[in-house]
Design a protein around this ligand. Structure first.
Ligand code: ADP
Length: 500
């Protein structure tokens, strides 16, 4: 019998990737293509949806050709995507009415401030699990309707489709105008600020509040089912599209954090943590987000999410701002030139502070510098700052969830740094586990697609694939940990804006 594969599309913020996985969840082939970031005005971030599509198509061809795999060897396709980014297109012509407005785009921040001033944040949180913010899709959709000529009328008449990037790709893959499937999955729907995460329906009241016609919205389906078949005229082969999840939720699934109480952290430019809270949503009292992690079969799993804005970016600042390292991985060797941080603490509030502090006016601060301070101390303080910020979010999660956790699973570019992960384990007093397969986001989408078509039988079968590359266990004595945390908290106070 010929070997069969699952194709995962990982449509990220800066690049589109395609990865082929075999039946043991191992990467067989991968291709990646970056696309343009458009910044038409300060605070605006856009992508061209047609460029997202063409880059995604070209990496599919490249990944399959590189592995010498034909369409008939692929049994299913899974999609994972940058979340919240909003695309609106004409269902008859397939043409987008405007560029995709990216999750990072801040043009609708004033609308969200207005919602908070009107006291609507409680209602929005209780329905969607989210804190009103320009980050989510709702106000981006509103902006396109209000500002692009002709959109309002067409949207009301049902000529247009809204989708997050997964929907856009699904519609194109399944044949576009006249044929394309207009659907999304619960994990992406839960990031729009229009989806009721309790009733599992688009929320009528929120649609009225944002003045967004229901006719624009995709059908919401589970994360693991056959949404439709790819159109051979489009892709050159016909396979079921059978798995969809937003990137952070897909990474939680790819890490097999499938039991209540399991948590993952992705160390990238920023850090993204999600805690699996099981079958009921936990509403945060600490400004974390409540979200749908996934739905497989009838089972809905909820998550509590928190993020840190500047993590790996603090290391980039050592490289670009200070010029003390040639590249990010060199931060580890430089940090190892000193025994400890020598009392230096760095709060990298380079664009304010995110969860759980939410202080947009905080500024980056370095404390404890003496004549003995060297570049090595700066490198160590930068790496340790990532771990301190992660600890602050995880403590907020533990508080909301009402219980602690004994391990975290990690991925992302900066998780290659052993010094960082050991320090993380030390100050958390928990095991930090780096898996053997680091492509957890794409793997999550592949697992969801494979489960839907019976390529894998069950989540318990998937658990057998998971293996650690390395486990970091706490090794620092208690009093040193306490001193570190006290000093970090003092540095944090200095970084925060005076009015707090
Ligand atoms: P993203 O998906 O957010 O672009 P990645 O997961 O590719 O990010 O990770 C890139 C980030 O990780 C960069 O900010 C970089 O500075 C940091 N990084 C990469 N390798 C290392 C390393 N060995 N040590 C510390 N930081 C690293």
């Amino acid at each position: 019998m010929r070997t069969k594969y699952i194709l995962a599309l990982d449509q990220g913020t800066t690049s589109s990737r395609a990865i082929l996985f075999d039946d043991r969840g191992q990467v067989v082939s991968m291709a990646k293509k970056e696309f343009r970031q458009l910044y038409p005005r300060s605070g605006w971030v856009e992508h061209d949806p047609l460029e997202i599509w063409s880059s995604q198509m070209s990496v599919i061809s490249e990944a399959t050709a590189r592995a010498g795999i034909e369409g008939r060897d692929i049994v299913a396709l899974g999609i994972t995507n940058q979340r919240e980014t909003a695309v609106i297109w004409d269902r008859h012509t397939g043409k987008p009415v405007y560029n995709a407005i990216v999750w990072q785009d801040r043009r609708t921040a004033d609308i969200c401030d207005g919602l908070i001033n009107d006291g609507l944040d409680g209602l929005i949180q209780s329905r969607t699990g989210l804190v009103p913010d320009a980050y989510f899709s709702a106000t981006k959709i509103r902006w396109i309707i209000d500002n692009i000529p002709g959109v309002k009328q067409k949207a009301t008449e049902g000529d247009l489709c809204f989708g997050t990037v997964d929907s856009w790709l699904l519609w194109k893959l399944t044949g576009g105008p006249g044929k394309g499937i207009h659907a999304t999955d619960v994990s992406n729907a839960s990031r729009t600020m229009l989806y009721n995460i309790n009733t599992l329906e688009w929320d009528d009241e929120l649609h009225k509040l944002f003045n967004i016609p229901r006719k624009l919205m995709p059908e919401v389906r589970s994360c693991s089912e056959i949404y439709g078949m790819t159109d051979s005229g489009v892709t050159g082969f016909t396979v079921p599209v059978a798995g969809i999840a937003g990137d952070q939720q897909a990474s939680l699934f790819g890490q097999l954090c499938v039991d209540e109480g399991m948590v993952k952290n992705t160390y990238g430019t920023g850090c993204f943590m999600i805690l699996n809270t099981g079958s009921s949503p936990v509403m945060s009292k600490n400004k974390l987000l409540t979200t749908i992690a996934w739905q497989v079969g009838d089972e809905i799993v909820y998550g509590l999410e928190g993020s840190v804005f500047i993590a790996g970016a603090a290391v980039q600042w050592l490289r670009d701002g200070l010029g003390i390292i040639p590249d990010s991985p060199s931060s580890e060797a430089l940090a190892l030139t000193v025994e400890d941080n020598g009392g230096v603490y760095f709060v990298p509030a380079l664009s304010g502070l995110g969860a759980p502090w939410w202080d947009p006016h905080a500024r980056g601060t370095i404390t404890g510098i003496t004549r003995g301070t060297t570049k090595g101390h700066f490198a160590r303080a930068a790496l340790e700052s990532i771990a301190f910020q992660v600890r602050d979010v995880l403590i907020a999660m533990e508080t909301d969830f009402g219980r602690g956790f004994s391990e975290i699973r990690v991925d992302g570019g900066a998780s290659a740094n052993n010094l960082l992960l050991q320090f993380q384990s030390d100050i958390l007093g928990a095991e930090v586990i780096r898996p053997a397969v680091m492509e957890t986001t794409a793997l999550g989408a592949a697992y969801l697609a494979g489960l839907a078509i019976g390529f894998w039988d069950s989540i318990s079968e998937l658990k057998k694939h998971w293996s650690p590359d390395r486990v970091f266990s706490p090794a620092m004595d208690k009093s040193t940990v306490e001193t570190h945390i006290r000093n970090w908290q003092q540095a944090l106070k200095k970084a925060m804006s005076p009015e707090r």
